[in-house]
Write a protein that binds this ligand. Structure first.
Ligand SMILES: Cc1cc2nc3c(=O)[nH]c(=O)nc-3n(C[C@H](O)[C@H](O)[C@H](O)COP(=O)(O)OP(=O)(O)OC[C@H]3O[C@@H](n4cnc5c(N)ncnc54)[C@H](O)[C@@H]3O)c2cc1C
Length: 431
């Protein structure tokens, strides 16, 4: 028997790819989907933070087509960066034509300097802060990359490592940066994320729900408490004991390690040092339509508490009742400041009004806050040293960490699905 702990995309994908091997999926929430859930109320749907599907892998594309069929939209991205009163198209690094002339010159000149050969101490590892300066130059960094990432990750970027951003934050060529500063319109968008898929109705939760429908019933409201690794038994909060041959775990790694009965002090201490940030999405249902068709806007400036505002119904009109609109403002927090303090919703609403996102509070017909206690895992040197130790200890006990939080990695939905698929292939082979 294979037990899958967690019915997010990684856990569901594992179960889906097990090819009929006996398997039980347990989930502590009353719904499947994990981070890819949506909350719907009075006709308004909000995802747990803006989620869209960028699919590069052929097998995941085929799976999503099979699961969603016609119930998916193929959307041309409309994403922007707010700088003062201006909106710069995203990606910022190839679109600063929207900034004043002096800023454009500073951005391109600074970027050009990063292309000159620079001396490096052998083996030196850059912090994420220095990687940004090194990759884009000071002017791009100060106007967007540094303040935005500080807000989004709620962390000091000098304490983070640069072993993840290269694939997430594409670096332009000099020609692309220059053409972007001049506003030459035929520029191909950098990074391959210019289009995305999204469920036609019901929000992102449609995808995990479609996966779950292909499986034997997921055991919901079943919280895993303890893993007796010697007996290979998973104990649930309601007292149930589930015997397993292999356990696929998708819950956050520090929690997983704390659950395993026979791990030593070294593993527990290493897991306790792993860092993350938390996030709250402040959703507002609004009377009337929005005056624009944007999908989301990044807010790097410190005077706004949120780092991103997204507009669900501009992606899929079914996300609000007819004649209504909505927006969702994402605010990140260090875990010791989470959940947000009382009055935070009013502060966010006031900032949305100041930013011109909402004309006045009288337009708001619904408020819905969604909390993500664990949103961004923080890549740092502690993580780099801890992961091999922790993964080895788990695998020796037939526990396989899969997905964003169990592998403590900056993963997309597609990557979580692929990790589940790979884990299932290993288990099918009995390895
Ligand atoms: C703010 C934000 C925006 C994002 N936007 C995008 C995007 O636009 N596109 C994209 O591709 N990716 C995006 N992602 C990444 C994406 O959400 C994740 O990679 C993916 O959903 C992770 O799936 P998972 O199954 O690994 O983890 P999860 O979704 O966290 O699933 C883990 C499951 O385990 C359950 N669980 C935990 N503990 C227990 C327990 N003790 N007992 C039982 N069950 C338990 C949880 O309830 C959860 O259902 C975003 C992530 C964040 C934080």
């Amino acid at each position: 028997m294979i037990v899958v702990l967690g019915a997010g995309l990684a856990g569901l994908s594992t179960a889906l790819h097990l090819g009929g091997r006996a398997c039980a999926v347990i989930e502590r929430e009353s719904e499947v989907g994990g981070l890819a859930r949506s909350a719907c109320q009075d006709g308004f749907c909000f995802d747990f933070a803006g989620h869209v599907l960028h699919l590069r892998d052929e097998s995941v594309r085929a799976l999503v087509d099979d699961l969603l069929g016609e119930d998916q939209l193929h959307v041309q991205r409309s994403a922007w960066v707010r700088c003062g009163d201006r909106l710069v198209p995203y990606p910022f690094q190839t679109n600063v034509h929207a900034l004043p002339l002096e800023d454009r010159v500073a951005c391109v000149a600074g970027f050009a300097r990063t292309l000159l050969p620079r001396p490096r101490a052998p083996g030196a590892r850059l912090s994420f802060h220095d990687w940004i300066l090194d990759s884009f130059g000071a002017a791009f960094a100060e106007r967007f990359f540094l303040p935005y990432n500080e807000k989004c990750l709620a962390a000091d970027l000098t304490t983070l490592s640069a072993d993840w951003p290269e694939r997430a934050i594409p670096r332009p060529s000099l020609e692309e940066a220059v053409r972007g500063a001049l506003g030459i319109a035929d520029l191909a968008p950098v990074g391959g994320n210019a289009t995305f898929r999204y469920p036609r109705s019901g929000g992102m939760r449609r995808l995990p729900e479609a996966m779950a429908r292909r499986l034997p019933p997921v055991r919901k409201e079943a919280r895993a408490l303890r893993i007796d690794a010697r007996r290979r038994v998973l104990e649930l909060a309601d007292g149930t004991a589930l015997a397993y041959d292999a356990l696929v775990a998708t819950n956050p790694l520090p929690e997983l390690i704390a659950m395993v009965s026979d791990l030593g002090q070294e593993e527990r201490a290493a897991a306790a040092r792993l860092r993350h940030s938390s996030l709250a999405c402040f959703g507002f249902g609004l009377r009337g339509a929005l005056p624009h068709e944007r999908h989301w806007v990044y807010y790097p400036e410190k005077r706004y508490p949120f780092h991103r505002v997204s507009y669900p119904a501009n992606i899929a009109p079914s996300m609000t009742p007819a004649g209504m609109s909505s927006l969702s403002a994402e605010v990140s927090y260090a875990p010791d400041r989470f959940p947000p303090p009382a009055g935070e919703e009013e502060r966010v609403l006031a900032a949305l009004i100041e930013a011109g996102e909402i004309e006045d509070a009288g337009r708001v017909v619904l408020r819905r806050r969604l909390d993500l206690p664990c949103a961004y895992v923080l890549h740092d040197e502690v993580r780099r040293a801890a992961l091999p130790l922790l993964f080895r200890a788990l695998r020796e006990r037939a526990i396989f960490p899969v997905g964003r939080f169990a592998t403590w990695s900056y993963l997309s939905m597609e990557e979580a699905i692929l990790q589940g698929k790979e884990a299932a292939a290993h288990l099918r082979r009995g390895s």
